[in-house]
Design a protein around this ligand. Structure first.
Ligand code: SF4
Length: 180
């Protein structure tokens, strides 16, 4: 299975096409969500880079998590991520996804998003401006082109580790154990 996954990641032509066609599911978990509309609309026009919005996980390539994440929302985020088709990418948007940010000692939010789902690019700032968001997308495109955006592969290979972390914080785990 690992060889198959590596072949998918190292296909230069497929990666070139993927990087120019990123359909983004923006999951507005925190205040950073307010920067998504200006990034996507005419002023900053992310579509000129092949980046556009998508309404459903089944058709999205990128999951954009826009800030702090309550534990009850984490459950939905995991389910959403697992319903996306591989190859798929995650962007952690804002300091809250990196270390908890200003919610670091909250009883009901997680600190590091990459303890629960794989994150390919973090965009720091509280909140990041559209220029920072576009810069993060361009860095993701560069990683895709080099075959280095392998978070989805890491998730499949280390599912037990991710599941253990997820179940440590989500006490009422009522989802199927395998969601894709
Ligand atoms: S990083 Fe700042 S702007 Fe983003 S969700 Fe956290 S507190 Fe809100």
């Amino acid at each position: 299975m690992n060889d198959d996954l590596d072949r998918q990641n190292n296909n230069i032509i497929a990666n070139w096409a993927r990087k120019h066609s990123l359909w983004v599911l923006a999951y507005g978990t925190g205040c950073g969500a307010i920067e998504v509309p200006p990034t996507m609309t005419s002023r900053y026009d992310a579509e000129r880079f092949g980046i556009t919005g998508m309404a459903t996980p089944r058709q999205a390539d990128v999951l954009l998590i826009t800030g702090y994440l309550a534990i009850k929302t984490l459950k939905r985020v995991i389910r959403t991520y697992e319903q996306m088709q591989a190859p798929k990418y995650v962007i952690g948007f804002g300091s809250c996804t990196i270390n908890g940010g200003m919610y670091w000692d909250s009883y009901n939010t997680i600190k590091r998003l990459d303890d629960y789902i794989p994150v390919d690019i973090f965009i720091n700032g509280c909140m990041p401006r559209p220029e920072g968001v576009i810069d993060g997308f361009i860095k993701l495109q560069e990683r895709i082109a080099r075959g280095q955006a392998k978070g989805w592969q890491h998730y499949q290979e280390n599912l037990d580790w991710y599941r253990a972390n997820q179940k440590k914080v989500i006490k009422n785990w009522t989802m199927p154990d395998y969601n894709w």
